[in-house]
Design a protein around this ligand. Structure first.
Ligand code: FAD
Ligand code: SF4
Length: 470
């Protein structure tokens, strides 16, 4: 390693905005070997690495970076996978800028080490070479665990429990595993072959995946215990859409982001008629919201061939919850941002198709409970803008199916499941984690919750812990 630290990180190549805005291929192209080695050399191998404290699953960051720069790629993979079974996914979509990278000491004087890009490089090497042996498994415990939901929370919990020697089956309602990773986040940010390969890795640990299995309908929670499962983890996400509650939202051409992205990602509507799910290819599209979901919807609309895509957000740029990188990508691709603007109704034509929306201008007042300045309407600012497609991306809420069919599970007023700090629900033998307990959050926080629950489940299954959930 050179004694002088380079304060700039190695840039990652991307498709040009002109090219990528009309295709669904991955935008970021990843480091090559020389770029990865150069970036890995920037890490000063801190004795007390702050970056690890910033990672919700505690990845051994300096260890994997050291192995990478010494050319020991299998060692780098193993160091990563000791704590994270889904590194190719995390390397692409984790908000590293507010987690590990925000704690990196190099950030005090220059750019922090590009930990996410290095993680992606190592994970992609593993997936393309398949040279690493499966992580060690403990001897069979004789215990059976059911995990409901195959999103990042469920997959992490399942992988960890399998490594601890338990027999694990994941029940997934949809025909494909991965949760939001397959039906929400688009191909151009997270290729589905990466998600499938990492699910295959989890299966290689012995985890069984039962698709098209809706728990709460085909089988109840109590039924799973009757079938012989000793413990259950609920990682069922918060996938039901939230709407604005304004007139005209039921017009044709107004979609929830959930439906819009599911059609595009899971059902491959952008390949219609090769795939049989259609989607309206709007020419003037408005996406309402300011988070990652809004960015994904707007950038998908652009790729479907829109002339103009507007993100309509009631606060300002500073308040946007979306990842900075994704906002910049959307701007480069030509998405127009209408800040401090909010729709009040949608108007349709004689066939019931949306043709315009009324919006009002907003101004920011005092900070609210979330710490963000609360928007209020500027009087007399309402005006009509033409749109032929609108996508509502203002958040999601949990699907009430399991909670409503299992009275032992307590919920909060937002419909999320009540859990304690170990992930124990109010029902004996049932843990939960991820978006179903927090509301819409992040991939890595869901994985962190799966990890915390799996550790406590293991203790309990081995009878070292009594059940004292609230
Ligand atoms: P989910 O991923 O929602 O998985 C839950 C699974 O449970 C689903 O597969 C569902 O079908 C299944 N399920 C539900 N009910 C049942 C049932 N009754 N029986 C059986 N199965 C059931 N986070 C980031 O960190 N970075 C990003 O860039 C990012 N972008 C996002 C973009 C979009 C469009 C969306 C929607 C979210 C994004 N997020 C992002 C958030 C992140 O994806 C979620 O926080 C995370 O996926 C939550 O994981 P989970 O395992 O709790 O739930
Ligand atoms: Fe390397 Fe930064 Fe972590 Fe230190 S804090 S070990 S420099 S990545």
């Amino acid at each position: 390693m050179s004694s002088k630290i380079d304060l700039d990180r190695v840039e990652m190549p991307k498709q040009s905005p002109e090219k990528r805005k009309r295709n669904f291929q991955e935008v970021a192209l990843g480091y090559g070997p020389e770029q990865a080695a150069k970036e890995a050399n920037r890490c000063i191998q801190c004795k007390k690495p702050k970056c690890v404290e910033g990672c919700p699953v505690g990845v051994e960051i300096p260890t994997f970076i050291l192995a990478l720069r010494e050319g020991d790629m299998p060692g780098a993979v193993q160091a990563l996978k000791r704590k994270n079974s889904l590194p190719g996914i995390c390397g692409r979509v984790c908000p590293q800028e507010v987690q590990c990278e925000s704690r990196c000491v190099l950030g005090k004087k220059g750019a922090p080490v590009a930990i996410g890009r290095l993680e992606r490089y190592v994970a992609d090497w593993d997936l393309s070479t398949k040279k690493c042996p499966v992580c060690e498994l403990l001897p069979p415990s004789g215990k059976k665990v059911a995990v409901v939901g195959s999103g990042p929370a469920g997959l992490t919990c399942a992988a960890d429990l399998a490594r601890m020697g338990h027999s694990v089956t994941v029940f997934e309602a949809l025909h494909d595993g991965g949760g939001v990773l397959v039906y929400g986040i688009p191909e151009f940010r997270l290729p589905k072959n990466i998600v499938r390969s990492e699910i295959e890795y989890v299966k290689s640990l012995g985890v069984k995946l039962e698709l098209d299995s809706v728990v709460g309908r085909q089988v109840q929670i109590k039924g799973l215990f009757e079938e012989g499962y000793d413990a259950l983890f609920l990682g069922i996400g918060a996938g039901a859409p939230r709407f604005l509650g304004v007139p005209g939202e039921n017009l044709s051409g107004v979609y929830s982001a959930n439906e819009y992205l599911t059609r595009v990602n899971l059902m491959k509507a952008y390949k219609f008629p090769e795939y049989d799910t259609p989607i309206k290819k709007g020419k003037k599209v408005a996406v309402v919201g300011g988070g990652n979901v809004a960015m994904d919807s707007a950038r998908s609309a652009m790729r479907l061939g829109a002339d103009e895509v507007h993100v309509v957000y009631r606060r300002g740029r500073e308040e946007m919850p979306a990842r900075l990188e994704e906002v910049e990508n959307a701007m480069e691709e030509g998405v127009i941002f209408d800040f401090l603007t909010n729709p009040t109704r949608f108007l349709g034509d004689e066939r019931g198709m949306v043709k315009s929306m009324e919006v009002v201008e907003m101004e920011l007042g005092e900070p609210d409970a979330s710490g963000r300045r609360s928007p209020r309407v500027k009087k007399g600012s309402e005006h009509i803008v033409d749109v032929d497609t609108a996508v509502i991306a203002v958040g999601t809420v949990p699907n009430p199916l399991i909670a409503s069919s299992t009275p032992e599970l307590k919920t909060t007023k937002w419909g999320t499941l009540v859990v304690d700090e170990r992930g124990r629900t109010t029902m004996e033998g049932v843990w939960a984690g991820g978006d179903i307990t927090t509301g819409g959050a992040t991939v890595i926080s869901a994985m962190g919750a799966g990890k915390i629950a799996s550790a406590d489940m293991d203790l309990w299954l081995r009878k070292d812990g009594a059940w004292d959930g609230k």
